[in-house]
Design a protein around this ligand. Structure first.
Ligand SMILES: [Zn+2]
Length: 270
């Protein structure tokens, strides 16, 4: 009975009972040292857990997570440059010294958020602020040159990851890049002519009008369209329909461009 409960608890912890598919994206499924220790103690109970351990190990290699309060995270597959102990994503689990950036993790993993287009940007911002509180070079002024250098690179990387994931357009470009789809320069060639024409008209209307209400109306219309595109993008990426996702991305790019122009016009009118 105890064994059964333990297996169930382990599976539940790993999110298996919620969704098997979730394994691929479950960056946050073990969020602290306690659950990791719990998981590891479960594995030690019986050889029957070999399968689970294998799956866990695979997930651990690709899904490095971080507890921002104490940095008790899953271990990364590299030793600490300072003491040789196992390391977490940013710091050594033993001597607590900052580590160089990890080469094999993406921005979602770096910021410990689920890899999906419709991510919670408020949560993203919260994680970004928490991370920078620990990684910012200002904290390393009294440390060795090596630690200062690692703090700069880690902090810079977290900045870049945050900036990329924060906005829907750059997030979509990045997600497609992760899937091997690049948005070439001069995307006009692959855009739908009807959409190009529509974009041209909106651009002309915006350039010609001096009426603030009309500018606001154009802005609202563009935001509505971008919202609709974001929903379609989520659906396409979930389905793995990269061709559609790329076409949507082109539209997002044009509309985001108009949205920026509208914002500029509104700022200028103040
Ligand atoms: Zn160390």
């Amino acid at each position: 009975m105890l064994l059964q409960w333990t297996v169930m608890a382990c599976l539940n912890r790993l999110g298996f009972l919620k969704t098997f598919q979730g394994l691929k994206h479950a960056h946050g499924f073990i969020s602290n040292g306690q659950s990791l220790a719990f998981g590891v103690s479960c594995f030690a109970l019986t050889p029957c857990f070999t399968f689970l351990k294998g799956v866990f190990h695979k997930a651990a290699k690709t899904n490095l997570t971080l507890n921002y309060r104490c940095f008790c995270t899953m271990t990364a597959d590299r030793p600490c440059w300072n003491c040789g102990s196992s390391t977490e994503l940013f710091f050594c689990s033993s001597c607590k010294v900052i580590q160089p950036p990890h080469n094999n993790i993406n921005y979602f993993q770096l910021l410990n958020c689920e890899e999906k287009f419709s991510l919670d940007t408020q949560n993203l911002q919260k994680r970004y602020v928490e991370l920078q509180r620990y990684l910012h070079p200002d904290n390393f002024g009294q440390k060795s040159l090596k630690e200062q250098e690692y703090s700069e690179t880690q902090s810079g990387l977290v900045n870049k990851a945050y900036r990329t994931l924060q906005k829907p357009l750059s997030r979509a470009i990045y997600m497609l890049e992760l899937r091997g789809v690049l948005l070439e320069e001069g995307t006009d060639a692959c855009a739908d002519p009807a959409i190009l024409l529509e974009v041209m008209e909106v651009n002309e209307n915006l350039a010609e009008t001096q009426n603030q209400d009309e500018v606001d109306a154009i802005g609202q219309s563009v935001r509505d369209k971008l919202k609709d595109l974001a929903e379609q993008m989520t659906s396409s990426l979930n389905k793995g329909d990269l061709l559609t996702a790329k076409a949507l991305l082109v539209q997002m790019k044009y509309l985001s461009n108009i949205e920026e122009k509208v914002k500029k016009r509104i700022t200028e009118s103040w």
